[in-house]
Design a protein around this ligand. Structure first.
Ligand code: FAD
Length: 379
């Protein structure tokens, strides 16, 4: 007896927020959809957990009752230099805090309730096929076929996805690591702070429960120079910033061991590869300081869902869906990515950062403009 192969109209590789938001929208419109997620909800992720307010109404429209969750609304920003300067500013539209542990789990529950088939602890190993004949998806839970495949696998491109040569190398040739803790500390709930140190910066802001997220990004070189010892690097490098030293020394760490990711690169990739639609970090990621990657992933799911619904209802061809999605993606994120690339150069460098912050402090209108560039319009 052969193994039964299940067929779906849409297969989604990766159940982070981009993949789950897409699944919810498709399931809502009766498209048969399967999500493959190698993790098991709820689980933690390295992320600063600040979501720009632009996503709030859309997340609510998917069925996430944000207003009932008593989440911290964040409208104040503080940026410090390791020389002890602090720039205080309002965030304009601002954002809110929620842990990925809670957010992805809520979205998983909504997707399942709406009829999406979410398979956990299931790793996609290969995707073969094409838009004309359909796709075969080989996973650790068996084989599946589908008419359309979407890749929302996050920042690490799997071997079965082939990116164009010029999209493989990152824009600044840096290899980053991301490190995250949840802490309890004395900190206003409506504030986010970004603390610069040599070759990196660290965000602190409140999320759900009584947790605060303390998450930083730095170069792999920084860790290597400190004997690959995270604690040693924190004490030798991050503690140079007096604000950061204070948070490390006067907070309760929920889990003493941080969550760590390595080999992180930031670059724009592409919106499809060999007929697979890409969204979220899979289509391109931006340094956390500059662009609200979560809102970009959530918004990309909306852009893609609209095109896929036209495709499934026979109103457009695969080629048209792909072209329209690429055009809309570029229109939505092109400026943000370019601005992020330039903004990034101002941070994580002792003298430059200190000078930039002192200058911005004298020109609040310019600070407001830069902050606005990192947030999109409400959708
Ligand atoms: C240090 C750091 C801090 C950040 N801070 C912020 C912030 O404060 N605000 C913000 O908006 N953005 C922030 N970001 C960016 C944000 O985390 C990402 O943009 C966002 O998580 C992208 O969502 P996604 O759904 O595309 O990918 P992910 O959330 O990474 O989800 C991808 C999913 O795919 C699964 N997967 C991968 N491969 C496979 C496979 N082969 N088979 C099955 N499943 C697979 C993974 O397990 C994962 O669950 C930060 C990023 C970093 C690195």
């Amino acid at each position: 007896m052969g193994t039964r192969i299940e067929h779906f109209e849409c297969a989604i590789v990766g159940g982070g927020l981009a993949g789950l938001c897409l699944a919810i929208q498709l399931a809502d419109r009766d498209v048969s959809v399967v999500v493959f997620e190698k993790g098991n909800y709820p689980f933690h992720k390295v992320c600063g957990e600040y979501i720009s307010m632009e996503s709030w109404p859309f997340l609510e429209s998917l069925g996430l009752p944000l207003a009932e969750l008593s989440l911290p609304k964040i409208d104040r920003l503080g940026i410090t230099s390791d020389r002890g300067f602090i720039l205080n500013h309002s965030l304009g539209m601002g954002g809110f805090g929620i842990s990925r542990y809670s957010l992805d789990h809520y979205l998983f529950e909504i997707a399942s309730r709406k009829g999406a088939h979410v398979i956990q602890e299931c790793r996609v190993m290969d995707v073969q096929g094409n838009p004309a004949d359909g796709f075969q998806v080989r996973t650790s839970a068996g084989d599946f076929t589908s008419k359309v495949v979407c890749g929302s696998y996050g920042k690490y491109t799997p071997q079965f996805v082939h990116l164009h040569e010029n999209n493989i190398s990152n824009t600044d040739n840096q290899n980053y690591i991301g490190i995250k803790y949840h802490i309890q500390t004395d900190f206003p709930a409506n504030r986010i702070e970004l603390h610069n140190f040599s070759d990196g910066y660290c965000g602190v802001s409140k999320v759900d429960r009584d947790w605060y997220c303390l998450c930083y990004l730095t170069t792999a070189r920084n860790l290597i120079e400190n004997g690959k010892d995270v604690k040693q690097m924190e004490e030798a490098v991050l503690f140079q910033n007096p604000f950061l030293k204070n948070y490390f020394q006067n907070s309760k760490f929920i889990n003493p061991q941080p969550l760590i990711i390595s080999n992180v690169q930031f670059n724009k990739k592409q919106t499809d590869s060999n007929g697979i639609f890409l969204l979220g970090d899979a289509a391109g990621s931006i340094t956390p300081l500059c662009g609200n990657g979560m809102s970009m992933g959530i918004r990309a799911s909306k852009l893609l869902a609209e095109q896929l619904l036209f495709l499934f209802s026979g109103k457009q061809t695969y080629g048209q869906a792909s072209q329209n999605y690429r055009r809309e993606w570029d229109a939505a994120f092109g400026t943000r990515i370019r601005a992020g690339y330039h903004l990034q150069k101002l941070f994580g460098k002792s003298r430059t950062t200190d000078f930039a912050l002192r200058t911005l402090d004298k020109f609040p209108w310019l600070t407001s403009k830069l902050v606005a560039l990192t947030h999109g319009d409400v959708f």
